[in-house]
Ligand binder design. Structure first.
Ligand code: ZN
Length: 133
């Protein structure tokens, strides 16, 4: 079951500048910074009510975020839905015809197990499923 929008992912070119801008925009401070080695990304999180904003910066030119920034520039990157049981959701969505980027969950930032759906099967929206560990 999908329970809520857990966070919105925003690709940024300069993490420190973007953190400063979002701190002013949201009127709150970044509560966590974390590097996800497997994805070559640096992340920063802001709490916004029940949801969060996740900033993503590439740590390497081979990072999916670097490729995204090259193609589209900085801005909205993905929506993440909080799910009760990520394996069950992946099975349900695969059966329903969605294309999975990750067939099984992997470790993501912010103490989550995550998996992405391919935007080809979601009207162009990059969707992340995440489950609190
Ligand atoms: Zn995310």
């Amino acid at each position: 079951m999908i329970r809520k929008i857990e966070h919105l992912g925003i690709a940024v070119k300069n993490m420190e500048e973007s953190i400063a801008m979002y701190e002013t925009l949201l009127g709150t401070t970044c509560y966590k910074k974390e590097i996800v080695e497997s994805e070559f990304v640096r992340t920063a999180f802001f709490q916004v009510g029940d949801s969060k904003i996740e900033l993503l910066e590439a740590t390497d030119p081979s990072s999916p975020i670097a490729k995204f920034l090259d193609k589209k520039g900085s801005g909205f990157h993905h929506v993440a839905f909080d799910v009760e049981d990520i394996e069950t959701e992946l099975k349900r969505l695969k059966k329903a015809g969605f294309q999975l980027i990750h067939e099984s969950p992997k470790d993501g930032a912010d103490n989550k197990r995550i998996a992405f759906l391919h935007p080809k099967s979601t009207d162009g929206l990059l969707v992340e499923l995440c489950q609190e560990k």
